[in-house]
Design a protein around this ligand. Structure first.
Ligand code: CDP
Length: 565
């Protein structure tokens, strides 16, 4: 097994089992064995091939061609072992409701998962509270309490807690919400997004007003000019990266199980819309490991998709859920989210620049292949094990629709840590830099792009001086002595135009059941208008949401640095 130095550091610090004194007591091989064995336990519910599947799982994991989300790696085989990364909890408009959910969120955090919440049902600030004759403090103040609680509960004992906080654009407190993270001290454990409705987008297009609604009464609470609110959103996002947008009506139009509930939030990094009390297990295929001799090995990829889908479906059966309501919901829809990492590496291996038309075409081809293969695998499982229990009333409950074991099969996760373990580029992001230092826990890791190094040596332009210059700059733009074709191939995130970032997100979204995690990186000099254009373009292109980050803008970002502290 070929693990990089950085991968070993991360595994030792967080993933390998430890004894009570904190000494590591398993090797990476044993770790993969533990995961394969405990997930294959689920096979015993359905047949007598647990040993066979354990071996297949072990082979897939230990070759780093596929990894499940962090909680599975950390907790598989433990008792209790919570294996899912993504949760959404409802927040009801009452004191017991708000604090019951906070307690439940604490249990999820403790188990290693991340939670998303919509605070849209909470009555606005200064609204009446009949029971006490007092006035309400509003959703943002309760979010601050959730944030403080997250500070003291380290996730799964291993990493910083991640939350998503959502507010509808038509909530009366929307302006306070939009501005809250301009104060760097506020909501550091939250990514925040606005749930954007079609009605709002229509008002924005027409340069008109839209209606605010008090969620307690369902009645109008005044009107705002859509354009003015958009200006505030863009100003905050330009300054801090928050809020992102979630196109909530679009999400609900794609809801596979409307009879089981509707979407009001996503998980912390935005790639997984979920119903209240729903969970999802994610896993990512390493695309770089599926290139052989300069071409994509689709046969191997297809085989790996099938094994990965089975693995993720098994995960649901052996998971220890933090709450009975979540267990019921997850076992009702059996959502899994298979995605990819190492996309930028794959493009380098194929000699295609990230922002080339060919790359957008290939993104659609690859993701379509994975979606189709994952649905085929889910159908095969349904024949063996039955369709997901909420199938009746789902969008698949119709003639000519596939009979699936899983209400969704595909999601593109950020793979913040997984990509370090697999030593590949993260998710579908371009290379952020060709060489950089990064802090993981308390040690400094130096990352140098291995493909660039190899190419420099093979093509004879490697020298220590050149390398030091690349280290200093992080990209090749101004470095002399590098062929222009190589510069084009290794363009980094900030050299790629925002519209090309969005085009890539949209290409993957087209063939992804759930959503796509992507940061639209902007250079520091980007203007507010650039942010505005990006937000509108994401809507136009069919994305389910958008997150921007302007280089150097202050942000306690959870997306990019999810696992580095
Ligand atoms: O690479 P890894 O499996 O650790 O995670 P990721 O792909 O970066 O993030 C996937 C999901 O895991 C996020 O959307 C969150 O739901 C959850 N997560 C979390 O709860 N806490 C973190 N610090 C990072 C991720």
């Amino acid at each position: 097994m070929e693990l990089s130095e950085n991968a070993l550091k991360v595994l030792r610090a967080r993933y390998l089992l430890k004894d009570e004194q904190g000494r590591v007591i398993e090797s990476p091989r044993e770790m993969f064995g533990r995961i394969a064995r405990s997930v294959a336990e689920a096979e015993k519910f359905y047949g007598d091939r647990a040993c066979y599947w354990e071996e297949r799982f072990y082979e897939l994991l230990s070759s780093l061609r596929f990894l499940p989300n962090s909680p599975t790696i950390m907790n598989a085989g433990k008792s209790p072992g919570q294996l899912a990364a993504c949760f959404v909890l409802p927040v009801e408009d009452s004191m017991p409701g708000i604090f019951d959910t906070l307690k439940n969120a604490a249990l999820i955090l403790q188990s290693g998962g991340g939670t998303g919440f919509s605070f849209s049902r909470l009555r606005p600030k200064a609204d009446i509270v009949r029971s006490t004759g007092g006035i309400a403090s509003g959703p943002v103040s309760f979010m601050k309490i959730y944030n403080t609680a997250t500070d003291v509960i380290k996730q799964g004992g291993a990493r910083r807690g991640a939350n998503m906080g959502i507010l509808r654009i038509d909530h009366p407190d929307v302006l306070e919400f939009i501005r809250v993270k301009r104060d760097a001290k506020e909501l550091a454990n939250f990514n925040i997004s606005l749930a954007i409705t079609d009605a709002y987008m229509e008002a924005l297009r027409a340069d008109g007003e839209y209606q605010l609604v008090n969620p307690r009464t369902g009645k109008s609470a005044g009107r705002l000019r859509a354009g003015e609110v958009f200006g505030e959103i863009v100003a905050s996002a330009w300054e801090t990266g928050d809020p992102g947008l979630v196109f909530i009506d679009r999400l609900n139009r794609a809801n596979p199980t409307p009879a089981a509930g509707s979407f009001e939030s996503t998980n912390p990094c935005g790639e997984q819309p979920l119903l209240p009390y729903e969970a999802c297990v994610l896993g990512s295929l390493n695309l770089a490991a599926h290139v052989k001799g300069g071409v994509i090995d689709y046969d191997a990829l297809g085989r790996d998709v099938a094994v990965a889908v089975r693995f993720l479906d098994d995960t649901i059966d052996v998971n220890s859920y933090p709450l009975p309501a979540i267990e019921r919901m997850h076992k009702g829809n059996r959502k899994i989210g298979l995605g990819v990492m190492g996309w930028a590496d794959m493009l380098v291996l194929l000699g295609i620049p990230y922002d080339h038309e060919k790359a957008f075409r290939l993104a659609r081809e690859v993701m379509r292949f994975i979606r189709d293969a994952s649905r085929e695998a889910s159908c095969a499982l349904a024949k063996e094990r039955g369709v997901f229990p909420n199938f009746a009333g789902s969008i698949y409950d119709a003639p000519h629709m596939p009979r699936l074991r899983n209400a969704t099969t595909t999601t593109i996760a950020p793979t913040g840590t997984l990509s370090t373990i697999a030593d590949c580029s993260s998710g579908i992001e371009p290379l952020f830099a060709l060489a950089y230092k990064r802090f993981v826990l308390d040690s400094e890791l130096v990352e140098i792009n291995k493909y660039f190094l190899q190419m420099a040596k093979e093509q004879g332009f490697y020298s220590v001086e050149l390398f030091q210059e690349v280290m200093r700059r992080g990209n090749l733009r101004q470095v002399k002595g590098i062929p222009s074709r190589v510069k084009r191939l290794f363009r980094t995130a900030l050299e790629i135009l925002p519209e090309h970032h969005i085009e890539m997100q949209a290409a993957f979204q087209e063939y992804t059941d759930n959503a796509v995690s992507k940061t639209i990186n902007l250079p520091n000099r980007a203007k507010k208008e650039d942010v505005a254009r990006a937000y509108l373009l994401a809507y136009e292109k069919g994305c389910k949401g958008i997150t921007v980050f302007r280089y150097g803008a202050r942000r306690g970002t959870l997306v990019k640095f999810a696992d580095t502290d």
